[in-house]
Ligand binder design. Sequence first.
Ligand SMILES: Cc1ncc(COP(=O)(O)O)c(C=O)c1O
Length: 382
Amino acid sequence: MSIEDEIRGKRTSSTKWRKYSQDVIPAWIADMDLGIAPVIAAELTQRIESGDLGYPCADIETNFLDAFADRYIGKFNTALDPRLGLVSTDVVQSIVISILTLTNPNEGVIVQTPIYPPFLQSVVDTGRRLRENPLLQTEGSWEMNFAELETLAREPDTTLLLLCSPHNPTGRVFTQTELVKVAEICSRNNVLVVADEIHCDIVFEPNYHIPFASISPEFASNVITMTSATKSFNIAGLRCSVVHFGSQDLKSRYEFYDSHVRGSISSLAMLAATAAWQKGDSWLKSTLSTLQSNRDLLTQFINNNHFGLKYNQPQGTYLAWLDFRDTRASESPQELLLNEARIALSPGPDFGKSGKGWARLNFATRPEILEEILRRIDATFS
Ligand SMILES: Cc1ncc(COP(=O)(O)O)c(C=O)c1O
């Protein structure tokens, strides 16, 4: 079967593959086209085949939170108390609830743009003030603007920083030195930090993820950590994540919205995430190697292109933040590539004001499909 026929025939139930018409290659929303770990399939199949789908017993949630804490200590050397964790439907929900319960209307919330669009929406939708702290583009990388971060944090009404680490869409994996500076600034200015670490496992060597909660023992009680197995293990459709609080006080404030309002999580989702964290690492390792070689292929393509496309190679995530400003697609790259190349990227302006002329590409697909994406981009500009 040709790759074109394969793409036309590929109709999963995911929004990634359903949103656009059948000749379009979807490279937008952050799902992978790389299947799931056999341990997850086995866990789900076993529960379904045995008809074991009653209301979940408390152990399922406890085991899920223990698996999360075991992973943070085992993989990231960070001790988190599972009793200060909660299961949540998804990370975006936890962000919105954190803003609603841990800040007041009209207070300022800092986000580091360009940024995963729900960060922006959640601040605006909850009636808080958006304080943008754009990342600075340096030769080959992205850096935080600490001077400006300090200025924004010092504003008397600023109470929260939404940190995305690793960072979507730039793929930056922040270093200890950078995170220490963030903690110092936020500590000096009494700013809480929500650390969205959903991409913590998708990090390419020699980079490594450092949980923000591990950065400063003095500041750790002001950190709310969010993550999930859904991104690393490709199970976003199951809807399940974890939110962990640096103190009982933060947790109690968050629980102003009780579980009837927040919604309860399906047993299958918690069991799948637990199985992934406890037994999925060999699958994750081989998936990471595919992602890294895809990223390298993309880097090679961008280094060799003659039509002005640029990017800073991501250190983590399977997302590439592509700079089309010097190409003929500078006005609206997402639209032009959808219309002319039949590829669906995520539009840059969704990630903040600075996103005009940019688009985000999801390269978590089979290498043959990525090659076809790159062939189509090349043909569009050549
Ligand atoms: C940084 C970040 N946070 C959160 C999410 C979404 O997580 P959830 O589906 O759990 O809301 C994504 C999805 O791409 C993401 O990139």
